[in-house]
Design a protein around this ligand. Structure first.
Ligand SMILES: [Zn+2]
Ligand SMILES: [Zn+2]
Length: 150
């Protein structure tokens, strides 16, 4: 995510017993790579955000260190917004739902060439094909494996 990119916040602040409740949506742009074809992607994520900021009680030794607090009548939105956006980012974004991705053999973009395929199969399959061919050549023998006549 670009640092401090155009993150749009639409938040409501409510005063509640324990502190301040912030709720609303966060929209943030992200850039990435299509998990299938590696094309660059630019998109937005839209996240619902709801956080409770407690009135800090500095005298309370039990107070959670990593909680969110109202400090001097102010709240710090940066961390929760950042966390929410990071969580909302797709793990494997795709440029579009039906992206055909890349050819697993040569890496060509299948989108550019939908009929793309290879005559020569995977080398492992080629080896198997050879084995099968050998087998059929010896089909007339006893089947006890290759024998040599002296
Ligand atoms: Zn793609
Ligand atoms: Zn290919």
């Amino acid at each position: 995510m670009p640092e401090e990119a155009d993150v749009e916040l639409e938040l409501r602040l409510e005063s509640v017993m324990e502190g301040a409740l912030v709720s609303g949506t966060v929209q943030a742009p992200f850039t990435g790579e299509c998990a299938r074809c590696l094309d660059p992607i630019e998109d937005d994520v839209l996240v619902d955000l709801q956080e409770l900021y407690s009135y800090s009680d500095k005298d309370d030794p039990e107070a959670e260190e990593d909680g969110l607090f109202v400090v001097d009548e102010l709240i710090d939105l940066e961390q929760p917004v950042r966390d929410a956006v990071v969580l909302a980012l797709p793990l494997a974004p795709v440029c579009r739902e039906d992206c055909p991705g890349l050819c697993s053999v040569c890496g060509a973009r299948l989108e550019d060439d939908p009929s793309h395929q290879h005559e020569a199969t995977d080398p492992r399959w080629a080896a198997l094909a050879e084995l099968l061919a050998d087998d059929s050549n010896e089909s007339g023998s006893s089947g006890a494996g290759p024998t040599e006549e002296i």
